[in-house]
Design a protein around this ligand. Structure first.
Ligand SMILES: C[S@@+](CC[C@H](N)C(=O)[O-])C[C@H]1O[C@@H](n2cnc3c(N)ncnc32)[C@H](O)[C@@H]1O
Length: 324
């Protein structure tokens, strides 16, 4: 008799069931796993939520990674058809105003909904045939989900619903909802300060103002950090601009004995140790080479440090002069 494959495999080829039973004759590990899953599915089906949640699902996303689909499997969200409108807050890329604390009564009475689709395929969504009277954008918040972690504005469905609940002051609903996702509560952590600011607002305008202030603050901090990084550069590598000026002087005053002398000193490479101290001395000739860093904090390779251009100038891999 020919040997079958997979499901059709002959019984005698299959592993003996008894071998997988424990000494006490209980089910195999696999069966336990199966039972656990069944129990879990049973628990999932029983989940309920104090307020209605809905979505228009355009099936753009991988069901395994889709937060809307997961909410559906958990029985927490209902699907809406195209042509159907939603009475509560519709958190949507098509929104006009932003979700604000004044929306609380609508959320508590009618709930919130989202559009489950791909960010890359928004143009395929018939926004005129979905939505409702209360369509809203979300103000600046940062995603914590595994697909778009750290990305502002692009929240997934569960984050969008939770953000809506949080902004209107229902942190209890926000954390309850997110607790079904391993990374979920991280979203509230990541946006804690900002959510508290939005919660202090009232209407659309006040949330927009708070968002503007926050963005201005981030911009300011980014500028400050850049400046600090440049200053660190100077400490680690010397003032690159000054060295460039020194070179200009050399070109212009080649015959000047004094300047030549000065440049003669400079032509000896200045090296810095890990702490940024100059280790330029007699011992320098025999001292082991120190590590030099570029502005990103990367150690520069030794060969590159050593490579000297004509005129005794050497460059790091970013093209900065590191010694002259
Ligand atoms: C584009 S879908 C992507 C869904 C994702 N595949 C998932 O797993 O959940 C995310 C939906 O959440 C809502 N959403 C997320 N961020 C938003 C924002 N900044 N403004 C308005 N709606 C937003 C919208 O309903 C949007 O269509």
């Amino acid at each position: 008799m020919g040997k079958g494959k997979g499901k059709n495999k002959q019984t005698e080829d299959r592993p003996v069931k008894a071998r997988h039973r424990g000494a006490n004759g209980h089910h195999t590990r696999q069966n336990h796993k199966h039972m656990e899953l069944k129990q879990h599915a049973h628990t999932e089906a029983k989940l309920s939520f104090p307020v209605k949640m809905a979505m228009w699902d355009f099936d753009h996303c991988d069901p395994k990674r889709c937060s809307g689909k997961k909410l559906e499997r958990l029985g927490l969200i209902t699907s809406l058809r195209v042509g159907q409108k939603f009475q509560g807050i519709v958190v949507s890329p098509n929104g006009q105003g932003v979700v604000c604390p004044d929306d609380r009564a609508i959320v508590e009475e009618f709930g919130a909904s989202v559009v489950e689709c791909s960010w890359a395929r928004l143009d395929e969504v018939p926004f005129n045939r979905i939505g409702g009277k209360h369509e809203r954008l979300l103000p600046y918040l940062v995603a914590a989900n595994q697909v778009n972690y750290g990305r502002p504005w692009r929240l997934n469905c569960v984050e969008a619903l939770a953000a809506c609940f949080a902004i209107v002051g229902r942190m209890d609903w926000a954390s309850d909802l997110l607790s079904h996702f391993s990374w979920g509560l991280g979203f509230l952590e990541l946006n804690k300060e900002l959510l508290e600011i939005y919660q202090q607002c009232t209407d659309n305008e006040s949330v927009k103002k708070a968002e503007e202030n926050w963005l201005a603050q981030i911009e300011e901090e980014t500028k400050k950090r850049k400046l600090e990084a440049q200053e660190t550069d100077v400490w680690m590598m010397g003032n690159v601009n000054r060295k460039l000026n020194d070179l200009d002087i050399k070109d212009e005053t080649d015959d000047d004995e004094e300047t030549d002398k000065e440049l003669g000193l400079l032509s000896k490479p200045i090296r810095y140790d890990n702490l940024g101290n100059s280790i330029d001395s007699e011992e320098d000739e025999i001292a082991p080479k120190s590590i030099q860093y570029d502005s990103l904090g990367n150690a520069l390779e030794e060969e590159e440090e050593e490579e000297e251009e004509e005129g005794g100038v050497s460059y790091d891999r970013l093209g900065n002069i590191i010694s002259s």
